[in-house]
Every structure is written in C-alpha cells, then in structure tokens.
Design a protein around this ligand. Structure first.
Ligand code: N01
Length: 544
C-alpha cells in the first residue's frame, strides 16, 4: 500500500490543468496519449516507473518474454508502424518489447507529455468544478477533466505471507522488481518461491547459473513448450502483406488472436482425434492451440480432464524421477483455470542433479530464517531467495490509490465485495473516470494489445462525442453497472474458473473477495456490445 493522504484537495493550489490525466506509461497510456493529442485534447501521462513499458519496464527477470506471439502482441493502429518494426523471435523477450515501447515513444514524440518516477497518490472528484483533483508523489496537484487508469492488470506485486521473511540475511529478489543491471547467480545456492508464469520462465535460466537451485512449489502449474524460434523473414513478409485482414480477425476473435476453423466439442471427437488435437496443440507452442482445441475445455469438467491428463502424460514423459514428475503434475484444478504457461525447458530442468523440487503440499514452509527457508524440520540454507509470488491482480492497482468519487465515496470501499464496473471501463459514482483493460473486461483473458486498443479507441470516441455535444460529465448508471456485474459474474460462473484458487478469482490475496475478475464473453462479442452502447448514445451512462 502507498501511504495515502485522504485530506480534501484544494483546487486553488492546482499546479497543472489537463483535459485528461493518464495513469500509466505502458502500451495503454502511450497509445491513449498519442490518440488524445491527435484529437486536440491536452493530456499528460504519469508513471511510477523510470521509463515507458509498464509491465515490461518492471519485469526484467531472466527469461521474461511474452507468451502471446510478437506478431500479435504489437500495435495495429498505425500500418506504417507495424510494417517498419521487425520482431526477431516468435515470442519476444522483455528487452525487445521494451525497445519496441521506447520506439513507439520516440516515433510519436510522446516524451514531452510523460512524467516518470511519479506515483498517483489521491484522485478526488470535485463536484463544484466537475473535475478531478489528483495529487502525485512528486508534489503535483493536477486538475483534470478525466482520469484514465491505464495501470495494467498485474502491477501490484505481492510478497508471500511467511513468518520470518524480514529476518533473511541473504540476497532477495522479486521477479516483478528485478534489478536493471541483472543478477549473476554463479556460485550461489538459490531458492525460488512460486511456480507461476514468472517462475516457470526464470527457473531454467537461474538453474543454468546457480550451483544449486531449490524450487518451492505450492501448486503445480500446467505448462507447455513455447517452441520459440527466430522468425522467418518470408513468413513475416507474408503476414505483413495481409496484416489488415489478420488484425481484423484478431479483433473479432475470442482471445484477440485469430484461430483457424471452428473447434468442435471435445466428445464429438473420437479418442484418436482428441489425442491428435492435443498433440497438435502441444506442438504448436501456443496456449490457444491447446486450450482452444475444443470449444468446451473451459466449460465442461470431463472435457477438461482429458486435456489435463494429456499434459500430465507429457510431464511424466519428460521428468525422469517419478516422484518429482508426480509432484509437478497439477491434479486439483482444471487446466486453463489458473493461467497456464509456456516454457523453455522448464520440466527438463528438474532432471538436473543440482535442482530440487520441494513440494509444499507435503512439507509447507514454516518460516524464513536468517539463513534460508524452513520446511518441516529441515532448514534449507541458500544464498539468495527469488520471490515469484505474483500480484494483487486487476484490482490492486486501483485500490491502493485513494480514489474518491461523488460525495467522497471511496473506490476501495465500493469494491470491498469485488469490483463493480460498467463494461469494465466505468464506475457508478466516479464520473469521468475510466479504466483501460479493467476488471470485468476481457483484459487478461485476451491478447492485451487488442483489448488495449479497443478500450483506448472506445474511450477517446466517447470523449469526442462529449465534446461535440457539449457535455462535460459522463457517469455509468447504477442499473447498467448492476446488470453488467451480474452478467459478468453469471458468465464466469458458467465456466470452470471458479474451481481454482487463482488470481483470476482473487484467491491469492488473503481477505480478497472470491470473485471472477475478468470478463469471459470473448473479445469480439465484447467489442460489439461496447460499440452498441456507443451507437445508442452511450446507453447506460448519464451525460450532463
Ligand atoms: O504470479 P502467479 P506470476 N508460499 O500468481 C506462489 C502474467 N505473466 O508472477 O498457486 C508458496 O501466477 C503461488 O502458489 P499458489 C500471467 O498472466 C505473464 O508468476 O498460490 N508459494 C504461485 O505458484 C501470470 O499468470 C507472463 O499455490 C506461494 C506463485 O507464487 C501472471 O502474470 C510472464 C506463496 C505466483 O504465481 C502472474 O504470474 C509472467 C506462498 N506463501 C507473468 N504465495 C508471460 O507473458 C504465492 N505463492 C509469459
């Protein structure tokens, strides 16, 4: 939690005035700034980081790369940009994505309107002014017509609640706050706590350096080989010649990535076809390839069991030691309901003699000591601990800011029982306040770039509409918000997601309500719904 000052803010002390204040200099914030400036709005981006890139600025751990293909995980708004930028690999590394983010900032000359190392501390709606007053850690008091939270979904990192964590005397690292100069683990005994995406990407590279690596696993994850490779220039040229059509198909798709053909239901296929489909998905090195192999994997437990068993068989065939292999096999939640992973030699790493898996389901961590980690009666001494223990996802980056709407209502309190939004972009009681890829929008269940562009385009169209019609405020109606929350929850409850203790459900943060956070209606249908709302004069919103 940031220390927040909840005193009323005084407009007379404002140090700057904008039409739109953008919180976050990731891809959402950058595109928003570019678009708003082009439309004649004044806007400024604020970010706690020292540069652009959002998640790609912070997450510099070894092996960090995107698990959406680089040709998909890139902006589509400017055909010149997509033609000129050359991705080198199927899945881009964090440094390459960060270079792309910097290229975007240079290309569109965004730097003069971005302010770094500045955290937003409080945003209060001022009823008299019909504006937001926002304070920052740099001492700014900004008066702004609109606030757009382009804060990302996985931006509030969390450490585990383990007794003694402060007592440890060795080096500690968090994957999400990795030192910019890198870390050399040569000659070190290293512990990694966690086996989510960040751990699964970093463990093989940490283990390649360290003298000994111990992985502390509470819940095994489903992971499949990324099959990463350099991009073939001929393949890229073909794609670039058809990029417009490809992008359109991405926009209309379920996950924001085009897929070929219509998958059938799992049990419409014969056992042989099923195995062939899973094998093709596994070999494709693409998460959608496996989970999207059949239309009902995320909805039908029996169908899901067949996919889960296929993956377990792969794990058993890779890992030499049967006990370690069994410990690495997820068995108590359906595949896809915790975020699945793509890896490069993750399971193979456990065949190395200097890598040990500690199954915390059998022997939980009792404490962290000055020298290492205690499990049961054993103290495992290490020189460094890597925490790959996740985030307060989707809502954490909102609730840690003091956001007060009409009548001083606090967003964090409004969301005590789970987030409440209209379309995932707006909130009742918080006029002129927007979220990009917020909770109850497809966001983390989609290719983020597609969802970011859709939200930025929709929000900026709305701001132009307000300006053209002479409106100064817009606020989601309570009834529209209620209906959307209900609809989002209802769809979530039709899936298998509630069967897992995942960050999708808020289950990784003690005390966080157990609510399915993203919207599972699919990118294409969601986009249609948003467009329909706009076409009906922003149905479900009060314009004043
Ligand atoms: O975090 P996580 P992450 N004792 O929450 C464990 C995206 N991402 O940073 O499952 C022991 O997934 C926890 O155990 P459990 C992606 O969307 C994308 O890895 O709660 N263990 C879990 O194993 C991803 O899903 C990319 O039982 C504890 C781990 O820590 C999301 O970010 C790359 C513990 C946390 O895993 C988050 O990934 C990286 C404790 N007290 C991330 N507390 C790509 O695009 C927590 N854990 C490739």
């Amino acid at each position: 939690m940031t220390n927040v000052d909840t005193r009323p803010l005084n407009a007379d002390e404002a140090t700057a005035t904008y039409d739109v204040m953008i919180v976050g200099a990731g891809f959402a914030g950058m595109y928003l700034l570019h678009k708003l400036r082009g439309l004649g709005f004044t806007a400024r981006v604020f970010d706690a980081a020292g540069g652009v890139g959002g998640t790609w600025y912070w997450n510099r751990y070894p092996g960090a790369r995107c698990d959406v293909m680089s040709i998909d995980y890139s902006f589509s708004f400017d055909p010149e940009l997509e033609q000129e930028w050359q991705w080198s690999e199927k899945y881009a590394t964090q440094p390459e994505i960060l270079r792309y983010a910097n290229h975007v900032a240079d290309r569109y000359d965004l730097w003069p309107d971005m302010q770094f190392e500045t955290r937003i501390e409080a945003a209060h709606w001022n009823e008299g002014l019909g504006r937001w007053l926002v304070t920052t850690s740099a001492g700014d008091l900004v008066s702004t017509g609109h606030v757009v939270m382009a804060v990302g979904t996985l931006s509030a990192p969390k450490l585990p609640e383990i007794p003694g964590i402060e007592s440890y005397q060795g080096a500690t690292y968090q994957t999400q706050k990795w030192p910019h100069e890198g870390v050399d683990f040569t000659g070190k005994r290293v512990a990694v706590i966690g086996t989510g995406s960040s751990a699964i990407q970093s463990i093989p590279l940490i283990a390649a350096q360290a003298t000994h690596t111990t992985v502390f696993q509470r819940t095994p994850n489903y992971s499949m080989p990324a099959g990463n490779r350099p991009l073939d220039p001929a393949e890229v040229a073909t794609l670039k010649a058809n990029y417009r059509d490809y992008r359109q198909r991405a926009k209309e798709s379920f996950f924001g990535v085009p897929i070929e053909g219509e998958p059938k239901l799992c049990f419409e296929a014969t056992e042989e076809e099923r195995q062939a489909t899973y094998q093709a998905g596994w070999d494709s090195g693409n998460l959608v390839g496996l989970i999207g192999g059949f239309a009902d994997i995320l909805f039908n437990k029996e169908a899901n069991d067949t996919a889960a068993e296929f993956i377990r068989q792969q794990i058993r065939s890779i890992v030499d030691d049967p006990e370690t292999a069994e410990a690495l096999c997820p068995k108590d939640y359906p595949v896809g309901t915790k975020r699945p992973c793509l890896d490069t030699n993750y399971y193979q790493t456990f065949n190395k003699p200097n890598v040990r898996l500690v199954n915390l389901r059998q022997t939980p961590i009792t404490e962290i000591t000055p020298k290492g980690i205690k499990v049961g009666d054993e103290e495992i001494e290490v020189d460094a601990i890597v925490y790959a223990t996740g985030f307060d996802a989707m809502t954490g980056s909102f609730t840690r800011v003091d956001i007060q709407g009409v009548g001083g209502v606090k967003l964090a309190e409004e969301w005590t029982n789970g987030p409440r939004t209209y379309l995932g972009v707006a909130m009742t009681g918080f006029p002129n306040f927007w979220a990009v890829t917020g909770p109850q929008s497809p966001s983390v269940l989609s290719n983020m770039m597609v969802s970011i562009e859709q939200h930025v385009d929709w929000i900026t169209d709305c701001l132009v509409h307000l300006r053209d019609k002479g409106y100064t405020t817009i606020e989601a109606e309570a009834s529209a918000q209620e209906a959307w929350v209900e609809h989002s929850n209802e769809l979530g409850n039709q899936t298998l997601y509630p069967l897992a203790n995942s960050w999708y459900m808020g289950a990784n943060v003690p005390g966080k309500p157990r609510v399915f956070l993203p919207y599972i209606g699919g990118c294409g249908p969601y986009r249609e719904r948003c467009n329909e709302v706009a076409a009906k004069g922003y149905e479900g919103f009060k314009l004043a």
